[in-house]
Write a protein that binds this ligand. Structure first.
Ligand code: TTP
Ligand code: MN
Ligand code: MN
Ligand code: MN
Length: 418
């Protein structure tokens, strides 16, 4: 589907999901400078400020002309959501070619350590700040702190399930088995203190991510993404024939190197596809693990039908966040394979296209898609599209239909890089 010229003309629209945002824009350095400011605020826990700078970076990515004094007055200062402080920074960039604050942040020890720590899977801003406050600065410090050594072996699906706990506000540990059990009522869970609380990732996942850091932080070229996809789907056919899939995430948005591989999977049979997909995530992950293709399972989620723990950013789809290793290529046996992060997302056929849209990103695009939907009395997430007042569920049969139902103009995935 060609991107309609209309979307290219909508660069001043409020929501990222109304605008075309290329991977690399004509004002890339300016967008990157605001991305640094956003990242810094996020690392410090200032989420409203982080979002505001993220939106600024996003709207700059959609603006199609190199920003100059002239079009600053004509266009840029009227773009939605840019406040006085932000506009002053844009002017500073026009004047000097850089934003002082971004440059200072980039070279600061605190920012460098916090970014480095939070680049490890399982370490978020809160944890990163805690580690920094303990005096830790480098990866070597982290390895000592988490006691990463040879015993950081494979975490199997079973081990992971045993280890995963949820922390309630009063520090009580609740096993996820209870939290996610579809047999326990919401009332039971509330009594156990589970509702509304977040998972604490087991330290094992952090250990694994640290141990494999040198491999996991290498971008995955597009042809290797495609090779992983082929291998995964071939294995899947062996336990469930007829499944279909889309590679989503950064790959779908056109990135030449991805940080991980994200695959959305369903069985297209509208009558029995949902049943065939149910429980498949865990079964398939176990199969991949037994074959040595999945070496580690970082997180396995959503066997809870009612999804009491659902937070605004997460859907109720079954997913496995794993570490994957391609087998040695017999035609090229000397080439060592690299451990890669692989995310598998399973959707019932009626949720497939919302899952594809919801996992194609970017994060800002997804966030604005939810806001846009909300403004129109709809609710969008990866697991479905519903009307708010009566919970009527829409059943889009294509990605185009998801856009149509939402009243949005089509945007090619490669233009969703807000
Ligand atoms: P990611 O794999 O984390 O990111 P990415 O694929 O866009 O980029 P890369 O892996 O190369 O760094 O997430 C995949 C998509 O899932 C993302 O594009 C949007 C969606 N997503 C959210 O909407 N919210 C979230 O919190 C996360 C983690 C992902
Ligand atoms: Mn990804
Ligand atoms: Mn991912
Ligand atoms: Mn989970």
């Amino acid at each position: 589907k060609p991107t309609t010229p209309k979307v290219y003309d909508q660069w001043s629209a409020k929501y990222a999901c109304q605008r075309a945002s290329p991977l690399v824009c004509v004002n890339q350095e300016l967008a990157a400078a605001f991305a640094v400011l956003s990242k810094a605020r996020e690392l410090e826990g200032m989420f409203a400020n982080a979002l505001s700078y993220e939106r600024t970076a996003g709207i700059i990515k959609s603006y199609p002309h190199p920003i100059t004094k002239t079009n600053f007055r004509k266009d840029v200062q009227n773009l939605p959501g840019l406040g006085q402080k932000t506009l002053a920074k844009v002017e500073e960039w026009i004047e000097n070619g850089y934003i002082q604050e971004s440059t200072e942040i980039t070279s600061s020890e605190r920012f460098q350590s916090l970014s480095l720590f939070s680049s490890i899977y399982g370490i978020g801003p809160v944890n990163a700040r805690k580690l920094y406050d303990l005096g830790l600065r480098s990866i070597e410090d982290l390895e000592r702190y988490y006691d990463v050594s040879a015993d950081t072996s494979a975490s199997t699906v079973e081990e992971l399930e045993e280890e995963m706990v949820i922390y309630t506000p009063n520090g009580k540990r609740v096993p996820t088995a209870l939290a996610e059990s579809p047999r326990k009522s919401t009332k039971d869970k509330a009594r156990a203190g589970v509702l509304g609380n977040t998972y604490k990732l087991p330290d094992m996942s952090i250990k694994v991510a640290l141990m494999l850091r040198g491999e996991l932080d290498q971008p995955i070229p597009r042809d290797e993404v495609e090779e992983m996809h082929r291998v995964v789907m071939k294995e899947l056919q062996e336990i469930q024939k007829g499944c279909i899939s889309t590679i989503v995430g950064g790959y779908r948005r056109g990135k030449s190197g991805s940080n991980d591989v994200d695959i959305v999977i369903t069985h297209p049979d509208l009558k029995s596809g949902a049943d065939m997909v149910k429980g498949l995530c865990k079964r398939f992950t176990q199969k991949l693990h037994s074959k040595g293709l999945v070496t580690h399972v970082m997180h396995l989620s959503s066997f809870h039908a009612h999804n009491a723990l659902r937070t605004s950013n997460w859907d109720s789809l079954e997913k496995a966040l794993t570490v994957f290793l391609l087998p040695v290529d017999p035609k090229n046996p000397k080439r060592k394979r690299t451990h890669r992060r692989l995310d598998l997302i399973f959707a019932a056929p009626e949720a497939y296209w919302t899952a594809v849209v919801g996992w194609s990103g970017s994060k800002l695009f997804e966030r604005d898609l939810r806001s846009w939907a909300k403004d129109r009395g709809l609710k969008f997430d990866s697991s479905g599209l519903t009307r708010r007042h009566d919970s009527k569920l829409f059943l889009p049969r294509s990605e185009q239909e998801v856009f149509d139902i939402l009243g949005l103009d089509w945007i090619d995935p490669t233009m969703r890089n807000a």
